[in-house]
Ligand binder design. Structure first.
Ligand code: GRE
Ligand code: ZN
Length: 327
């Protein structure tokens, strides 16, 4: 029996849901509606027995918790600071109550860039093992110099950055993701395509901005098998020359990025990932509650690893090393 750690396991708190729902239209994130589908709300809110029962049913030993999109990054700076702190305190209490079952990624007030590094440091002191951010807060892209202190703090504190997909900007949605019915427009802009292109672009921009040249120890996690980037390295490598980077893009991917499954247990994606990066960079996650692979499907997927060592790395070893999880 192998230890299983899952690293993209979402939760939410009702004060945050209320603040996000009450935001003015230009700040409201339409993808919030996904949290209300089926029984997602009660599952997202549960940081106790119900969640642990779901983990037991799937054979998951440890869940690394992270707020569900859009986190707090669409809120005004004041609300983002207040609710990020509240989220980090709440997550720390859940980890404290179930120290063998939970760890957490912190929530940062990305719309208040001057407050981000301090909250990262506070959250790290609370025991949070990394952080989850998005590619943009308002008009501010993640590679903006305003976040330089944040990345320096992540590198200094050994806090990995999970770069999660988010709804593309209004301008991008208007240009590329409209013209069907509203539900199809939104699906095209999010889980069907746009989310993943947006996250991959944010990751690529961090590379092109020299973020990993300034912070060689910084580690970024991408969900959904690398959000398209892993399929495009031959083309993306040519960007390095144009941008004057010392190394090809694929080199940064192999030294500064970890990849997680986000519930997509497809052996063809595993084979591709192993062909472009190494087995010490692949980590299991379910993207709870949006995906909930059955225990048998997880077991069957694990059989596709080329060796028992690689299987163990993917199941728990890589996550334990990256996030400093001591079981
Ligand atoms: C995700 O977090 O990746 C996610 C959602 C909502 C629906 C689907 C999905 O937050 O993959
Ligand atoms: Zn997710």
């Amino acid at each position: 029996i192998m230890t299983l750690i899952a690293i993209e396991e979402h939760w939410i708190m009702s004060e945050l849901t209320a603040a996000l729902r009450n935001a003015p239209p230009e700040r409201r994130d339409d993808s919030l509606a996904f949290n209300d589908l089926g029984d997602h709300q009660p599952r997202l809110r549960d940081l106790g027995a119900g969640r642990i029962a779901a983990m037991d049913a799937q054979g998951i030993d440890v869940a690394v918790l992270a707020l569900t999109p859009p986190g707090t990054q669409t809120l005004t700076p004041d609300d983002a600071v207040r609710l990020s702190r509240a989220a980090n305190d709440r997550a720390a209490a859940a980890v404290g109550a179930h120290p063998t079952r939970f760890r957490a990624l912190s929530t940062l007030p990305m719309s208040a860039p001057g407050a981000v590094a301090a909250e990262l440091e506070r959250a790290a002191d609370l025991g949070h093992v990394g952080t989850m951010v998005y590619g943009r807060a308002g008009d501010l892209l993640l590679d903006d110099p305003a976040y330089e202190d944040f990345f320096a703090a992540c590198a200094r504190l050994g806090q990995p950055v999970f770069l999660h997909p988010q709804l593309p900007s209004r301008a991008v949605r208007d240009a590329s993701y409209r013209g069907f019915d509203p539900t199809t427009d939104l699906a095209l802009a999010t889980f069907g395509w746009g989310w993943h292109l947006d996250a991959a672009t944010a990751a690529l921009r961090l590379i092109l901005r020299g973020t990993f040249d300034r912070h060689p120890d910084l580690q970024v996690v991408l969900g959904h098998w690398g959000e398209m980037l892993l399929f495009w390295l031959d083309r993306a490598d040519s960007l390095s020359r144009v941008a004057g980077l010392p190394r090809p893009v694929s080199d940064y991917v192999r030294s500064n990025f970890h990849i997680t499954t986000s519930g997509m247990l497809n052996p063809a994606l595993l084979r591709h990932a192993l062909s472009v990066t190494t087995a010490d960079r692949l980590i299991f996650s379910t993207d709870y509650p949006f995906q909930h692979p059955h225990r048998d499907d997880i077991t069957a997927f694990l059989q596709h690893f080329p060796s028992a060592e690689d299987r163990a790395r993917f199941s728990s070893g890589n996550a334990a090393t990256l996030f400093g999880i001591d079981l």
